[in-house]
Ligand binder design. Sequence first.
Ligand code: NAD
Ligand code: ZN
Length: 296
Amino acid sequence: MMAYKSINFRNLPFGFCHFLLTILNSRRIEKCVTITYFFNKAPHTMPDPIERAADIIASAKRAVALTGAGISVASGIPPFRGKGGLWEKIDPMKVAHIDAFLDDPETVWNVLIKEMKTVLDKARPNPGHTGLADLERLGILGTVITQNVDGLHQKAGNSDVIEFHGSFAWQRCLDCNRRIETSRVDLAQIPPHCRCGGILRPDCVFFGEMIPPEALDRSQHMSATCEVMMVIGTSAMVQPAAGMPFIAKDNGAFIIEINPEPTPLTSRISNLPLLGGAESIMPRLLQAVRQRLASP
Ligand code: NAD
Ligand code: ZN
């Protein structure tokens, strides 16, 4: 028969509740536990995760952010994976793999790159990006390691941005390697050509290509030496970028994750997952950090 336990956790400290539940679970007691702690109002005992994150961030001097497509969703740029992601409509291996581009640049330009240009031309930084720029101005955040190619961290005001997957702001000639600004490329002919006659490609890392060694080395170094890593808007599915939080954690960093969905990092290494969109979490986090810096 099932033992029924009704436990009112309201008046117990949070850490003790957690300990008690661990013991109950570890003993595999057949139970139906009424955990009133979680459902009754107990503001004096339930720590707000944003307040906890603000405590950590306000006292940090070497914070690093790792960002992914999710931070730019509120700027109108769809992510690859997840709800509303591009991969719901197109097969990544057919359009975003370097072999696909080399086989048929015209199709990849028509299906992916032209569309990206239209979307990225209109995009402006959102409060997720500006929040990170504010953290740099406050002397807390040093480097942003971004998987994004949209340039929005620089537009928001961050001065040290590692573009792990390159930048869409530039195109490169397949033949002579000359670089040309995307805004100056003539799209009358697809695929567009360099003045030498070679085909132009975005200066981004396609699937199947190497990460630029300098970006990889520096990202690994910043990850290994930060005291806090903020992991924002990445599904943590693309390697080697997804390995950076593990490097940080292995070297003692505190991992704060901001994402509306859990990721493979959430249960494994995130110390503090903040569930929600970056554009709504960041302003609240900034306000809480500023309060702490203002009070002596
Ligand atoms: P992803 O597309 O694999 O995952 C997006 C993640 O963002 C998901 O975990 C999702 O839950 C989360 N998310 C959705 N809305 C969010 C919001 N409002 N705030 C915070 N998080 C939100 O992205 P990825 O991990 O960066 O990997 C995809 C690859 O595609 C990257 O390499 C990147 O270069 C490229 N990409 C870049 C852009 C861009 O430059 N903006 C856009 C799409 C894809
Ligand atoms: Zn050329």
